[in-house]
Design a protein. Structure first.
Length: 285
């Protein structure tokens, strides 16, 4: 078992509340594919299987997805009529949310919604009422408040209840960020909200993001990571000292005690060797 050391000194003020709501040990399962195309097929299968399982269990599936270039091919495969994934999903029972969004209009080239629309939504029979997008064109605080309200409505939450997404798909930046939880940003300390506006100094821009306690409350959480540029940061996040202000991805410790990674060989290069393409790490406090 790999144990993170005690939290770094610059995190002393938030050590107790963060750790109190995290599992003592997280089992990290990682699956390594030979190349990006194989990784995209694995991701499409993982998403379709999770949706099928959720619908079988409760009649609906509620998932939150990330943007960027990495998941685009998987989304295209989900929509491709020549692939099996599209036929496996009962689109009328799927509710789609986003993990985060840039504060741009929905038609902007940097919009996560636009990428998803082009790769997936424009090609599948997902009802418009089942699409819960983040309104990035609004004032950041208003957009975050409206998104949180929409989540509460769709999940029929009361009081301080937290939504339990059936699946959350995440990426990881080469700076260790995930969702729009960036190093040393204010959103890292947000534990009472479902969604917040987060100013990213390094990019001089605003983002809207789910908070990490919401992500950790999901039934299943997986990272989709590719490219050699992510190898070192992935190693540091999993095997380095616990410094979430520097590596925000370390905050992702699902309440279930299980975290899943889908990786290509380049991204997995610095992790312990796999057996048949699969590996397991135990990460503790």
């Amino acid at each position: 078992m790999h144990c993170w050391p005690a939290m770094a000194a610059n995190g002393a003020n938030y050590k107790r509340p963060r750790k109190e709501i995290m599992p003592k040990i997280t089992r990290v399962y990682y699956q390594v594919e030979k190349n990006k195309e194989a990784l995209s097929h694995a991701a499409a299968d993982w998403i379709a299987s999770s949706i099928e399982s959720a619908i079988a269990a409760s009649g609906v599936a509620r998932i939150a997805i990330s943007g960027g270039n990495t998941p685009r091919r998987a989304f295209e495969l989900l929509a491709d009529v020549s692939q099996p994934f599209r036929r496996r999903i009962d689109w009328s029972r799927l509710f789609l949310f986003w993990v985060d969004e840039r504060c741009v209009p929905p038609g902007d080239k940097d919009s996560n919604y636009r990428m998803t629309r082009e790769a997936l939504l424009s090609k599948v029979p997902l009802p418009e009422a089942n699409i819960v997008r983040i309104e990035g064109e609004l004032d950041p605080e208003e957009a975050a408040a409206r998104y949180e309200s929409a989540i509460r409505t769709k999940f029929r939450l009361e009081g301080a209840e937290v939504p339990r997404f059936d699946l959350i798909e995440l990426g990881m930046g080469d700076d260790g960020h995930t969702a729009s939880l960036f190093p040393h940003s204010a959103a890292l300390d947000s534990m009472m909200r479902l969604a917040v506006a987060n100013h990213v100094e390094a990019k001089n821009s605003w983002r809207i993001t789910l908070t990490w306690p919401v992500i950790n409350h999901a039934s299943k959480v997986f990272f989709l990571i590719q490219d050699a540029s992510k190898a070192q940061v992935l190693h540091d996040v999993l095997l380095g000292p616990y410094q979430p202000e520097i590596w925000p991805s370390q905050l992702i410790r699902p309440k279930s005690g299980e975290l899943y990674l889908l990786l290509d060989e380049d991204a997995a290069a610095l992790l312990p060797p796999t057996v048949g393409g699969n590996g397991v790490l135990e990460v503790g406090r």
